[in-house]
Structures are given as structure tokens and as C-alpha cells.
Design a protein around this ligand. Structure first.
Ligand SMILES: [Zn+2]
Length: 273
């Protein structure tokens, strides 16, 4: 959805109900990759993060019930070790992020998938680690990309867009404080995480911020290119579900190559430390 259309939707929605006023925010600093775009939000970060925590707990509970949560201690240590290097690097984009209540878990699943819900709730699937035989640099690339979605609050932005649309349709009252809003919003965040594709604009932002996070954490940012190539090759005629929620424009490899080259000095200085 274009920003102007969203602003119009917000104006239409907010007036009759006097709820969820539209706010224009700058979620991140531009970093060296220069991501600089203002965002319109109808939902507060507080309510989105609270609902994301609920949604995340539900996913972990479901995984634990299937005995598929953190089964392989070595894999869990590897994924958490990479997160521990990426998380301090988030300070380059927003000062508050290193202090978020980050959670990092590994889910046993054949799916090639990874995600980060709003507020820093990360899951990496064993299918991604094993089927793609990812290197640490590639794992950092995919985690950095997902973390970037959270830093940019793309989930909050998309939930705001959905809330604006449903208010226009007259069904979104509960989402904005009437009734059991947190649960409903948690359901929406689950849906956004698993079923609804990010916009191309969000993907480009996550790609660019992701390579900078990798570089700052001392992981080779060029691994993003090989990671997405492997992802594209996985599954043959049936690409991984992850890709269906991550539209893969033809120029993605070129964009990643350019931005990885741009942040190489950060990588080199991080490696010297
Ligand atoms: Zn993405």
C-alpha cells in the first residue's frame, strides 16, 4: 500500500471512532546503508510488542507440545551465539534495540524458514540449517534480515495498515482497544509472520540493514548473496514457504552484492577487533 493511501485510510478510520490516531515515525537511523523512510503507524509499539510476545509464546508452546523445541543443544548454541553478536550491532540503527527482551529459539521442522516477530522474538527452523547446509555467515545473513524487519517495525506497520483497512470496513474496533484487542492482534501478528508476504519495499530495507548488521557483527556480508541463491534452489519446483513470503525480485542478488560491498570496511574492522 502506498503511504498516501494509508494516510487517507488512517484519516477516514480515526475520525469516526476517535481511536488509534495516525502517527508518523522514524523507527531507525539510516546506518551506512542509508535506509531512510518515514512510516505511518496506527498501533503503538507497546501494544504490538505485547501481542507479539503472546503470539511467540503460543508458537513455542505448540512446538514444545510436538517435542520440536530446541532439541539439538549444539544447534541452539550456534544460533544463539550468532544472535549474541548480531544484537549489539542493532545499536547502529536504534539505541533501544540491544536492550529489547530478545528471545532466540530453534524449531525442528522440515520447513526452510526463520522469522523475527516484533520486539525481537526469533525462531530458526532446522530445515533452513540442514537443507541449505548454511555456513555461520549465511545463518547470520538470514537472521540479520529477520532482525532488520523487527528494527524497522515492519510488523507494526503492516498491522497498522491492516487495522486501518478493517476500520474502514467497520470490523476493526476490537483491534484498537474495544474488546480483547491483544489476542486479536496476536492472531494478526501470527498471520503476518506465516501467511502474508512482506512488501518489496520492506524486503529491500531488511536486505540492506541485514548486510550491515552482519558486517558489524563480523560476519561476511557477501554471504547474503549465496544464502538467497541456496534458498532459491532449495525444493526444486516447490520453493520453500519462506520464499513465498519473501518475494524475490530479479535484482535482489545485485542489490545485496552492492550493499555487501559497501559495508565490507565494517566487516574488516569488526574482524580485526
Ligand atoms: Zn523478509
Amino acid at each position: 500500500m502506498r503511504a498516501t493511501k494509508l494516510i487517507r485510510l488512517c484519516a477516514m478510520a480515526a475520525l469516526p471512532l476517535a481511536l488509534g490516531s495516525c502517527q508518523t515515525v522514524q523507527t531507525t537511523k539510516p546506518g551506512q546503508v542509508g535506509v531512510d523512510r518515514k512510516q505511518s503507524m496506527m498501533l503503538s509499539a507497546g501494544e504490538v510488542n505485547k501481542s507479539a510476545t503472546l503470539a511467540y509464546q503460543q508458537e513455542l508452546k505448540a512446538a514444545a507440545k510436538k517435542n520440536s523445541l530446541n532439541r539439538n543443544p549444539a544447534q541452539v548454541a550456534r544460533v544463539r551465539g550468532i544472535a549474541q553478536r548480531l544484537i549489539p550491532a542493532t545499536a547502529a540503527f536504534r539505541a533501544d534495540a540491544p536492550k529489547w527482551a530478545w528471545e532466540v529459539n530453534v524449531i525442528t521442522s522440515g520447513d526452510v524458514n526463520a522469522w523475527c516477530m516484533p520486539g525481537g522474538k526469533i525462531a530458526v527452523y532446522t530445515g533452513l540449517i540442514e537443507k541449505l547446509k548454511v555456513t555461520d555467515d549465511e545463518l547470520a545473513a538470514v537472521m540479520g534480515h529477520e532482525i532488520a524487519h523487527a528494527l524497522r517495525e515492519h510488523g507494526r506497520e503492516r498491522a497498522s495498515q491492516a487495522a486501518a483497512q478493517s476500520l474502514v470496513l467497520g470490523v476493526g474496533g476490537a483491534l484498537l482497544g474495544l474488546g480483547d484487542g491483544s489476542m486479536q492482534l496476536a492472531g494478526m501478528i501470527t498471520d503476518l509472520t506465516f501467511n502474508l508476504p512482506n512488501s518489496r519495499e520492506h524486503e529491500v530495507e531488511a536486505d540492506r540493514i541485514g548486510v550491515e548488521l552482519s558486517a558489524r557483527a563480523g560476519y561476511d556480508p557477501r554471504a547474503a548473496v549465496t544464502l538467497w541463491q541456496k534458498m532459491g534452489q532449495a525444493g526444486g519446483s516447490a520453493p520453500p514457504q519462506f520464499l513465498s513470503t519473501h518475494p524475490s525480485p530479479q535484482n535482489r542478488a545485485r542489490d545485496l552484492t552492492n550493499y555487501a560491498a559497501h559495508v565490507m570496511p565494517l566487516y574488516e574492522s569488526a574482524r580485526r577487533r
